[in-house]
Design a protein around this ligand. Structure first.
Ligand SMILES: [Zn+2]
Length: 282
């Protein structure tokens, strides 16, 4: 943990001295020059927790590597945690570390499409009864034959304001943006993008025209159905962020592990109240 915290070696936050006395029982490092105590867990999800750190490490490992995602009940069983609420709080604190605007926009070449999710089947755009479904728009970077990073957003409708607005917020200007022929993407041409809309006569052709984004939306649908048994609209964006976090770090699980525990970045620890506010307001 100390190595994650101070990758270039310990530095006293008060006087910048580089030598400290370790007090491992209390997870403290005491500066040999000024006597200032630094907690190794301060600013991480592990700060002042009563749950053993090894359980946190296991939980972060499972959340990072268990690609279909993990429910609180599964986590409780996997780790032999006595109380369901403990597992729930751990899982949601780790999830909260996945929420966070990823700043660097997608670039170069991107596929964009949208789909209704949350119900038993993926829906089609327009005209149908779509109770309990939410519209999600997705963008995926094209990297050779594979996919790069992804962005996912719940949007209120399939209008130009929502769909082109999503692209503007998440994709670098000048990028080549591939979509279907839906008018909601028409504003992209005048917005600094190289927009390449394709008309879909046969609905099955969509899979060939935009294969990456269709794969992502399909995987998302499967994951939401399988793991979370129908997610309410209020919480859907949180689950989209979790999916995005894991997808975008699928080749660097060790970095994901550290980010989740707050060991990599300097992120403030989540209090129970913040956590509960996220859950209840969504
Ligand atoms: Zn000092």
């Amino acid at each position: 943990m100390a190595a994650s915290r101070w990758p270039d070696g310990y530095r006293c936050p008060r006087c910048h001295h580089s030598e400290a006395l370790e007090l491992p029982g209390r997870l403290l490092w005491r500066c040999l020059a000024c006597g200032y105590d630094t907690s190794v867990t301060a600013g991480t999800v592990l700060h002042r927790t009563r749950t053993p750190l090894t359980q946190w490490f296991w939980a972060a490992y499972l959340v990072t590597t268990h690609t279909p995602g993990l429910s609180a009940l599964q986590l409780q069983r996997q780790l032999g945690i006595a109380r369901y609420e403990t597992a729930w709080v751990m899982l949601h604190k780790l999830r909260r570390a996945m929420i966070g605007p990823e700043r660097e926009p997608l670039h170069t070449e991107v596929e964009v499409d949208e789909a209704y999710v949350g119900g038993p089947e993926a829906g089609l755009r327009g005209g149908r009864a779509l109770v309990n479904k939410a519209l999600v728009v997705a963008a995926v970077e094209v990297r050779g034959k594979g996919s790069g990073r992804v962005r996912l957003q719940v949007v209120p409708d399939a209008s130009g304001l929502s769909l082109a607005g999503f692209v503007k917020a998440n994709v670098e200007a000048g990028a080549l943006v591939k979509t279907d022929g839906w008018q909601g993407y028409a504003p992209l041409q005048g917005a600094g993008y190289r927009h390449r809309p394709r008309t879909q006569g046969d609905p099955h052709r969509g899979t060939k025209l935009l294969p990456r984004v269709h794969r992502v939306l399909g995987n998302l649908q499967t994951w939401l159905r399988g793991t979370h048994h129908g997610v309410g609209h209020k919480h859907l964006q949180v689950y989209l962020d979790e999916f995005t976090f894991r997808f975008n770090r699928r080749r660097t699980p060790q970095a994901a592990f550290q980010t989740l525990l707050g060991l990599g970045a300097q992120r403030g620890p989540t209090t129970y109240h913040q956590l509960y506010a996220v859950e209840s307001t969504g």
